[in-house]
Design a binder for this molecule. Structure first.
Ligand code: DOR
Ligand code: ZN
Length: 335
């Protein structure tokens, strides 16, 4: 049987939520990943030192049987330097959401006035705290990410030493930005390496494939595949696995988010094998992130094998991507 081994896989964009949902989903990621960047869009958002420490403790309590490093983040607002100094050792990054652009982002940034943001972003730059960004405007849905490129350029030019991560990129425009600015990096989800808008709404409307940013055009998918499969050194895997209870997905007013945590590595193997690029998967799913973030996860070895695996219909209240369908790779062992 064909097998493939990955060392210390990292999920550089992960929603673990809180309470019962945290207890349901955190073990699924902790089983097969060494660590992940934990998104702070809780209600209320994670924006104090106490919030970070307490949330980290709740995550650790939810994964008692696995070694898993939660790389914590703060929800961006204009913080002063003294505060950032006091919290720097507890966080790996700060996540910026434009106000109201996605789930629980109401308290995000409502105007990208560089002078208003300067103190915070300069302090982050000095303290070497990366800025993770949900890069969408409130424009026409297919153009939101492309319209945000001018804001990425503004940030990249004004803060050349600040590491800026363009989160869950979905467009050729974003891919092209990677080689224009030294300090711009990106995460890519597994679902955006598989889907276009056609898969989401082109036939039946598929609520479990609906997320923000929405999957785009075939040429965008090709551009994402080209940088992921070649493990472009500025690109990392970040699942954006975003669990919502089934009733919030299968209802009028479907919540945005695709739940991929338990099948992400298997799907990545399938995609990279399909294009004969399995040799590049280690860089995409771990080594690039280790280098970009300067992190050093503890040893974990995941072996996958090529055999059909039927994705469960549910993980408690959450329906995963490809529920009930067979995928081609399965996890064989975790050491
Ligand atoms: O689809 C999404 N779901 N996109 C986001 O940016 C947030 C996420 C969530 O938290 O549900
Ligand atoms: Zn997200």
């Amino acid at each position: 049987m064909k097998t493939h081994t990955i060392l210390m896989p990292l999920d550089m964009h992960l929603h673990l939520r809180d309470g019962v949902m945290l207890e349901n989903v955190a073990p699924l990621t902790a089983y097969s990943f060494s660590g992940g960047i934990i998104m702070p869009n809780l209600v209320p958002p994670v924006n104090t030192l106490e919030d970070v420490k307490a949330y980290r403790a709740r995550i650790m309590a939810a994964v008692p049987n696995d070694f898993f490093e939660p790389y914590m983040t703060l929800f961006y607002r204009n913080y002063d330097k003294a505060f950032l100094q006091s919290v720097a050792d507890e966080i790996t990054a700060i996540k910026l959401y434009p106000a109201g652009i996605t789930t629980n982002s109401e308290g995000g940034v409502s105007s990208f006035d560089i002078e208003e943001m300067r103190e915070t972003l300069e302090a982050m730059s000095d303290l070497e705290i990366p800025l993770c960004v949900h890069g969408e405007t409130d424009g026409f849905v297919m153009d939101r990410e492309a319209e945000f490129m001018s804001i990425y350029e503004l940030l990249a030019k004004n803060f050349p030493k600040l590491k800026i991560i363009m989160e869950h990129i979905t467009t050729k425009d974003a891919v092209e930005m990677l080689d224009k600015y030294e300090n711009l990096y990106a995460t890519i989800t597994v679902h955006h390496l598989l889907l276009t808008l056609d898969d989401v709404i082109g036939g039946m409307m598929m609520p479990h494939l609906f997320c923000k940013p929405i999957a785009k055009r075939p040429e965008d998918l090709d551009a994402l595949l080209s940088v992921a499969l070649s493990a472009h050194p500025k690109v990392m895997f970040g699942s954006d696995s975003a669990p919502h209870p089934q009733h919030k997905k299968e209802s009028c007013g479907c919540a945005a988010g695709v739940f991929t945590a338990p099948i992400a590595l298997q799907l990545l193997c399938e995609i990279f094998e399909q294009y004969d690029k399995l040799d590049n998967l280690q860089d995409f799913v771990s080594d690039n992130a280790q280098r970009i973030y300067g992190i050093c996860p503890e040893f974990k070895e995941i072996t996958l094998e090529k055999r059909p695996f039927v994705v469960p219909e549910h993980y408690s209240s959450v329906v995963p991507m490809y529920a009930g369908e067979a995928i081609n790779w399965a996890i064989a062992s975790v050491d």
